[in-house]
Design a protein around this ligand. Structure first.
Ligand SMILES: [Fe+2]
Length: 295
């Protein structure tokens, strides 16, 4: 991994989260923001300069994680970032070196007075990322990422995280605590102020919360989560619901077999591949190079 250093890894292992302030390079950030300008008109402009018109009437403003704001995106850079080799490698390492799959990749925008402008309670995310419970074991380890496309300071509803050091017990239940029920989680929270291009990494065993906007500003991020591929009880999403979209065809035709596998697509060499399935998949995705699936 080039951009996630051993210091970031050590911080994550000690505290349950880590911040990489300069995860995206300049051209990746610029390209991704161009793609977001098309997908979510007005949002980049407003988040950069809150005197610009506040986006209020786009149907996508209040529906993140659906259609155009969910992977695969119209833009190639957002797709690349969602499957960034460093994100995959870090998640795989946390999962004990096992294969992982991408269980979530969606843009998330919000601004002051937006429905998601909330003073959330401290929680762990497994409520909607697992049917079961996240043990402290690599083989079940899910890694959650937030990639930032606009600057987030104290005013911009930063995600607050609480270090593992403040809840040394193993059990993550309740998965949510109100302030009055466990004030120490709140007293020891760290607000993740992250510049555009930065990355926050955390886990299903890390208490965190969304904080409210303190000014009339906005933020644009992407939620990306990886889980071990072996277990069907993990994951917020199934990707077949997106496969019917034209953008999906474009992405899957140009993706590598390894990238396809990150969404659960049958890998080369799998017994799924027969003359019949090769013919059918090739008919569905005419631009796909079928040669990796021949033997
Ligand atoms: Fe959360």
């Amino acid at each position: 991994m080039q951009r996630i250093t051993s210091e970031h890894v050590n911080h994550y292992l000690e505290h349950g989260y880590a911040i990489v302030p300069d995860f995206l390079n300049e051209s990746e950030l610029a390209e991704a923001r161009e793609e977001i300008r098309t997908t979510l008109p007005g949002w980049v402009e407003f988040c950069d300069d809150p005197t610009a018109p506040k986006p209020t009437n786009s149907q996508h403003n209040f529906l993140p994680g659906q259609g155009a704001t969910r992977f695969p995106y119209t833009g190639n850079m957002l797709n690349h970032i969602s499957m960034h080799p460093d994100l995959v490698e870090f998640a795989r390492a946390r999962a004990g070196g096992n294969e992982v799959f991408c269980e979530q990749a969606n843009l998330n925008v919000k601004c002051m007075d937006h429905p998601r402008d909330q003073d959330q309670a401290m929680h762990c995310d497994f409520g909607n990322h697992s049917l079961a419970y996240p043990p402290d074991l690599p083989e079940y380890w899910q890694t959650a990422y937030i990639v930032y496309f606009t600057d987030v300071d104290e005013d911009h509803a930063p995600t607050a995280v609480c270090s593992w050091q403040h809840y040394p017990e193993s059990l993550r239940w309740p998965a949510m605590y109100k302030r009055e029920d466990r004030p120490a989680l709140y007293d020891n929270e760290v607000k993740a102020t992250v510049p555009a291009g930065g990355l926050l990494m955390y886990s299903m065993r890390t208490f965190h919360r969304g904080t409210p906007f303190l000014a009339d500003v906005g933020r644009i991020v992407e939620f990306i989560t990886y889980a071990p591929a072996a277990w069907k009880w993990l994951g917020i999403t199934g990707w077949s619901v997106e496969a019917i979209r034209p953008a999906f065809r474009g992405w899957i035709e140009s993706a590598t077999p390894e990238e396809r596998e990150l969404l659960g697509f049958p890998p080369p060499g799998h017994s799924y591949w027969t003359d019949e399935t090769r013919e059918g998949v090739s008919a569905r995705y005419p631009g796909m190079d079928m040669s990796p699936y021949l033997d």
